[in-house]
Design a protein around this ligand. Structure first.
Ligand code: 5GP
Ligand code: MN
Ligand code: MN
Ligand code: MN
Length: 297
């Protein structure tokens, strides 16, 4: 099989659902014995003031901005060639909020901006939007329909004109393969939620093995996935696929705001880029990395 194929037939795929998939704490206790976990403290991370060398691409990672950054000075986001946003850019995926986010993106000087949706972008989830009414918890569908009509679009995705939107898809920039996926373990029933186990594994099977930077909304188990109270809530299958199959250089995500920070297993650097705290205050700085330009670029 060619290295750039996704291993998406069941007979080829080397990962099965973990026996402890529904108990991420228990799974992590067992997996940690065989893997390395190292937290990278802020002082050991790349400082955004460091000049970028000619043979590197600077990548700036943010996530979970929840309609809170649009009022900020765009200069609070450090400059880079590529900006990544790992989902939850709104509170409820309201078309007007998506439009404001897109306008903010348009003010940023980054050459390329890549965005995935999170569970808060309910209007991006085709399964939800194809129903003739939204869940009672989201209120009336009319508000969404009216806002989209005023903005003259048929889909909220058409509002994201100032970035590349990824949904189980890949883009290649400077020879760097970036794959993005919005799915995460169901918790409260919002957008892009799937049950732990087979359903999520099915999505992760489609991540191409030549992915250099993986973007998902939620964390894998063990890395940047601890909630208040100390429990791990990341996806067990996602870690297994990342460590045993895809082995990307970087895995960028958010969703668990408490898990903001950087860690590594010695192969992949895991970045929880949540900009907002658990109180939805946009105070965590962007995480910056320099990706060496692949040869020929
Ligand atoms: P969001 O609503 O922005 O997706 O997530 C915000 C917060 O909800 C997280 O920082 C975390 O505290 C909580 N949360 C989200 N998903 C889960 C989950 O799967 N399990 C638990 N225990 N908390 C979660
Ligand atoms: Mn790989
Ligand atoms: Mn969030
Ligand atoms: Mn989320």
């Amino acid at each position: 099989m060619a290295m750039n194929d996704s291993l998406d037939t069941d007979s080829d795929f080397p990962i099965a659902v973990d026996a402890d998939t529904k108990f991420p704490c228990k799974a992590w206790e067992r997996l940690l014995v065989k893997t390395k976990y190292e937290y990278i403290p802020p002082k050991d991370r790349l400082d955004s003031d460091t000049p970028v060398s000619a043979d590197c691409v600077r990548v700036v990672c943010i996530s979970d901005t929840h309609s809170k950054i649009e009022v900020q000075d765009p200069k609070t986001i450090p400059y880079g060639d590529i900006l990544l946003h790992a989902g939850d850019f709104t509170m409820k995926g309201e078309p007007n909020a998506v439009h404001k986010f897109n306008t903010f993106l348009g003010q940023l000087p980054h050459k390329h901006k890549i965005v995935i949706a999170g569970n808060h972008e309910i209007s991006f989830d085709d399964n939800i939007m194809s129903k003739d009414h939204l869940d009672p918890m989201f209120g009336s569908m009319n508000k969404y329909v009216n806002e989209m009509s005023d903005l003259e679009v048929k889909s909220v995705k058409d509002l994201l004109t100032n970035c590349i939107y990824l949904e189980d898809s890949m883009v290649s920039l400077y020879g760097i393969n970036i794959y993005g996926s919005p799915w995460q373990p169901a918790f409260g029933g919002w957008g892009f939620c799937l049950p732990r186990g087979e359903a999520l594994l099915e999505k992760w099977k489609h991540i191409p093995t030549n992915t250099d930077i993986l973007m998902t909304h939620g964390p894998p188990v063990g890395y940047g996935d601890v909630v208040k109270g100390g429990n791990h809530v990341g996806c067990v299958e996602l870690l297994n696929v990342v460590q045993k199959v895809v082995k990307p250089k970087y895995h960028v995500f958010g969703h668990i705001h408490e898990g903001y920070g950087v860690s590594t297993d010695g192969c992949t650097t895991f970045i929880n880029a949540s900009t907002c705290t658990t109180r939805y205050r946009p105070s965590n700085p962007a995480v910056v990395l320099d990706f060496p330009l692949p040869s020929g670029h």
